[in-house]
Design a protein around this ligand. Structure first.
Ligand code: ARG
Length: 465
């Protein structure tokens, strides 16, 4: 069987014949790297201006290439850009079109540049914008949690360890726990942006160039805060992709844990919350069903985010310096993790914002007598008993209660004293949780103040990133 050959690859000079269709089908990245078109044009514009400053291109040539790049941008914006058969990736497609527009001047665009520094530059620009966007969506979910916490008043529910009821906590305290994990996510994204904000443009294929370009100037023009120091490192470093994927995987894990709770809370067994119809799904067979599919997919898709991280780490680990085509495999996992994380954040924000809480069901579960056990023990501690002994005394009362000898309240009043009765008043246990950072109302006031300061600081550092 003879293979059909496509022609027109930008590196064709050294080859007698065009590439096999099978090679193009297997190696082309255009189907997924098209979304880099805008940053690719940004990078090319900066590069062309740099070539002008270096005296490699005449002023007229610079403006003709810039015009061509602007026209290409217009074509992408209005959807009229058409790809040609030989376009193997977005970089070659744009360069081809620029040359069609600008002729000879366009053919000078790639002077002192390789796709190796070009793609690294593009991907850093893309990732910088994408992570800022993700961070804003994380902060949006965080603000939903904070708003619902503020509106939760003195509603309380059981706090759990091992999914066993442990001690009552304010609903606001529980919601803020998730808001704190999201604040670390935003902080991590900001730090990743800071580290990736280094321009590789000017590293060439691997070793720089004999043309007198100024990488620091193009770096500044593209809004990078720094420029590469080592050309080999510049073209082969994908730490920022791995870091971004870790940040996104950890966000995914946080959303998965949050999702799991909402699956439980909206079950009839818990009955702590009901989803708005717009954020719930039905069953094709069971007419009564109302399912928390968003929460379940937040849980399910976290596996995919972890997979994307491990696929990139595995791809990177055997690569010698400098560029290797393996690196092209960085993009699909990155794009997928960014897309999925943004979708999850938007869906969960809407789901939580519109859900109804059921404080009476929460209180009923939290007012179970045995949840007072720790308060009884701490009561004995305040009257001088060592905690270990107090623990044993109350443990015995719980055992007698469970054996049917009476309510824990009556046994406690009988064995410890009348003053124990007050601990069994509904909601009393949570009001006693006064220690800083704890689940009670006084600690919560301080926590809100601290959360707001943290949010303001995150907004500031994200804005500066
Ligand atoms: N499409 C390639 C990538 O995404 C661009 C760089 C190609 N460089 C090369 N030497 N083949 O990594």
């Amino acid at each position: 069987m003879t293979e059909s050959k496509s022609s027109g690859a930008l590196w064709h000079g050294r080859f007698a014949d065009g590439p096999a269709a099978a090679l193009m089908a297997y190696t082309a990245s255009l189907p997924f790297d098209q979304r880099l078109w805008s940053v690719d044009i940004d990078g090319s514009m900066a590069h062309v201006r740099g070539l002008g400053r270096a005296g490699v291109l005449e002023e007229a040539e610079v403006s003709s290439v810039l015009d061509a790049l602007a026209r290409v941008r217009g074509e992408f914006e209005n959807g009229t850009f058409t790809f040609a058969e030989g376009d193997e990736d977005i970089h070659t497609a744009i360069e081809r079109r620029v040359t069609e527009f600008a002729g000879d001047a366009g053919a000078r665009l790639h002077t002192a540049r390789s796709r190796n520094d070009q793609v690294a530059t593009d991907l850093r620009l893309w990732t910088r914008a994408a992570l800022r966007d993700v961070a804003h969506h994380v902060m949006r979910l965080q603000s939903v949690l904070i708003a619902r916490a503020e509106a939760a008043g003195d509603a309380y529910l059981p706090g759990y360890t091992h999914v066993q009821r442990a001690q009552p906590v304010l609903l606001a305290h529980h919601l803020l726990a998730h808001a704190w994990s999201l604040s670390r996510d935003v902080d991590r994204l900001t730090a990743t942006i800071r580290r990736l904000n280094v321009s590789p443009l000017g590293a060439g294929a691997l070793a720089g160039t004999s043309i007198p370009i100024d990488p620091a100037a193009t770096a500044a023009e593209l809004g990078f805060t720094d420029v590469f120091a080592n050309s080999l490192d510049a073209v082969s470093d994908r730490d920022f992709v791995a870091e971004a994927l870790f940040d996104l995987a950890l966000i995914g894990v946080h959303l998965s844990r949050l999702g799991e709770e909402w699956v439980l809370w909206t079950s009839e067994e818990f009955g702590f919350a009901t989803l708005d119809d717009a954020y719930a799904t039905g069953s094709s067979m069971l007419p009564q069903k109302k399912n928390a599919d968003i929460a379940e997919l937040a849980r399910g898709k976290s596996g995919r985010l972890i997979g994307n991280l491990t696929s990139v780490l595995a791809m990177l680990k055997g690569l010698p310096l400098a560029y290797n085509r393996d690196l092209q495999e960085d993009k699909e996992p990155l794009f997928d993790s960014v897309d999925q994380t943004v979708l999850a954040l938007i869906a969960l924000s809407g789901m939580i914002e519109t859900a109804t809480f059921h404080p009476a069901s929460m209180a009923k579960a939290a007012d179970a007598e045995v949840l007072v056990a720790t308060d009884l023990a701490e009561h004995l501690v305040r009257s001088g008993m060592p905690f270990r002994q107090a623990h044993a005394v109350v443990g015995q009362l719980v055992r007698r209660h469970l054996a049917g000898e009476g309510s824990l309240r009556s046994l406690a009043v009988e064995e410890i004293g009348d003053e124990c009765a007050k601990y069994f008043e509904p909601g009393s246990a949570v009001r006693m949780r006064k220690s800083p950072g704890g689940a009670g109302p006084e600690a919560l006031d301080a926590q809100f103040v601290r959360m707001k300061a943290t949010v303001a600081e995150l907004e500031r550092s994200l804005g500066d990133s």
